[in-house]
Design a protein around this ligand. Structure first.
Ligand code: SF4
Length: 513
């Protein structure tokens, strides 16, 4: 019997206000469209039977094929992309497609998702995709597929052959699911559970070897949480000559043996959730494994191993005033942190924080477009929403201003550890393009820019850092400048919306929560 062919579109919708931490502008300067790509799309494609003609699109960097006809449209969602996901769902629905949504948005905003989709999968999509496909082909898809946590010892090879990987700087790989902690603002342990599930290392290595690029982003929320596993993984990664970045909890910074193994295995940047310089806020957030007194040492240890720290901070906990933004900026400058991920506390559906804010009627301006870390999305205890927004962008503008770049570079590179040459295939024409770009962005822009470039290349000439590091630093800072220029255009319209519904700080006489 002949099997019918189905046309399937797997889609990631665009968010309205991007966060600068995505570093899309840096990707553009490197001749790419994005730093990474949503792993769920090629992963779901890998789980789909062979009689489906699959198209994968990430609206952040690609056009949605609105003129094409699809039997089935699968949309991955977050709280932030939910509004756009619903618009796209309505469009394809009107053209006769069946719509299924998954991801954290659909999992925790079920009512909203089901108003636009035929079906949703909650939790880890792998667990329920097969059942959904069977029901879909029978013409009887259920409304909700509740997926249980999959075993996750192995994972199918994502279908990167369906993605234009030449547009992407680094490809995502995931080795584990779960988190043993339960921070109030985070959805990870709610979604993946507190028990860590680790893939077999052989399975991970086979996937990496199959990738068409040698730059990887480990999307795990905590790559090194299982110390023994991390040690074995580093030994295997070392054999591959790849460059990679990852996310870890702050404890990694006190394990010098592991840091050395990571650097040796090709790691060049670690994102660490430091979250706050205010000890009470760490307690408020349930982030008990962080200790502010150890932060300086943590930064130095990571830098001394020739790896960058992408330090993530949040302001807006109940003990925070807006002065925390400035305090964090000064800390970052003083510690030579070039990559600072600054965030306004965001209330994401599915988190403990969301439930607490809902209970105490503090979910003002909690609309999808603003659930992204750069806009307020709840009523803060000590600061108004516009106060948060203004202080956030003021700190960001001062952090990523030419006047700060030289100070950051001096501090960062003075340790003399950033001398590695990043392995990887970079063609002659790309190198030429980047050189011309640097001349344009630094030599012709201003005297301060010119001085910075000369200073860094003279340090590189003296062997204090590698030329690769100098180039990446200059491009990264230029990328942040570009983002702030773009943000200057979208902040006023968003600020107007926020100001119109800004409830001000909490009136503690009426609401002590
Ligand atoms: S913030 Fe990090 S440590 Fe905390 S629950 Fe989320 S993933 Fe785990």
């Amino acid at each position: 019997m002949l099997t019918r062919t189905y046309r399937l579109l797997l889609l990631n919708p665009k968010v309205r206000y991007p966060h600068y931490v995505n570093q899309t502008e840096l990707a553009n300067l490197l001749g790419k469209k994005s730093i990474s790509y949503p792993l769920s799309l090629p992963l779901i494609a890998a789980l789909t039977p062979a009689h489906y003609l699959i198209t994968i699109k990430n609206e952040e960097i690609e056009q949605v094929p609105f003129k094409q006809q699809f039997d089935l449209v699968g949309i991955t969602t977050t709280a932030t992309s939910m509004k756009r996901a619903c618009e796209i769902a309505d469009y394809f629905h009107s053209r006769g497609s069946i719509i299924i949504m998954g991801g954290t948005g659909a999992s925790y905003m079920q009512e909203q998702a089901l108003a636009h989709a035929d079906s949703i999968i909650t939790g880890e999509a792998e667990g329920a995709w097969k059942d959904f496909i069977t029901d879909f082909e029978r013409g009887k898809p259920k409304k909700i597929y509740r997926s249980s946590q999959v075993e996750y010892r192995t994972s199918p090879l994502p279908r990167w052959d369906l993605v234009s990987t030449d547009l992407i700087n680094s490809l995502p790989v995931q080795i584990s699911r779960g988190c043993p902690f339960r921070c109030e603002f985070c959805v990870v342990s709610e979604l993946f559970g507190n028990k860590m599930r680790m893939r077999d290392i052989d399975d991970v290595i086979s996937e990496i070897k199959s990738l068409p690029v040698d730059r990887i982003f480990f999307v795990d929320d905590n790559l090194t949480v299982n110390r023994a596993y991390a040690g074995r993984l580093m030994a295997e990664l070392k054999k591959l000559s790849i460059n990679w970045t990852c996310q870890c909890d702050v404890r990694v910074a006190s394990d010098k043996e592991l840091l050395a193994a990571m650097a040796d295995a090709g790691c060049f940047s670690i994102l660490v959730g430091m979250e706050s310089l205010n000890p009470q806020s760490l307690k408020d957030a349930g982030k008990y494994h962080n200790t502010v007194e150890r932060y300086r040492n943590a930064v130095e240890n990571i830098h001394n191993h020739g790896m960058h720290l992408f330090a993530s901070f949040i302001v807006g906990f109940d003990s925070d005033t807006e002065s925390e933004f400035e305090r964090i900026r000064l800390f970052a400058l003083d510690a030579g942190i070039a990559y600072l991920s600054l965030n306004i506390l965001t209330v994401v559906p599915g988190t403990i924080l969301y439930e607490r804010m809902k209970k105490h009627d503090r979910l003002q301006n909690n609309i999808p477009d603003f659930i992204n870390g750069i806009f307020p999305s709840m009523r803060y205890k000590l600061v108004s929403q516009t106060g948060m927004l203004d202080a956030f962008f003021s700190a960001l503008r001062r952090m990523y201003h030419i006047d700060s770049f030289a100070q950051i570079a001096e501090k960062l590179f003075s340790c003399g550890s950033f001398t590695r040459i990043r392995s990887g295939r970079v063609g002659f024409f790309i190198k030429l393009k980047i050189s011309l770009l640097l001349v344009y962005r630094y030599i012709f822009k201003s005297a301060k820019h010119r001085m910075l470039m000369i200073r860094l290349f003279s340090m590189a000439g003296r062997g204090i850092l590698s030329y690769d590091e100098a180039v990446i630093f200059l491009l990264s800072m230029a990328g942040f400048e570009d983002y702030l220029q773009k943000a200057g255009k979208f902040i006023p319209e968003a600020r107007k919306v926020i100001a119109a519904a800004d409830p001000g700080p909490l009136d503690l006489r009426k609401n002590p929560y």
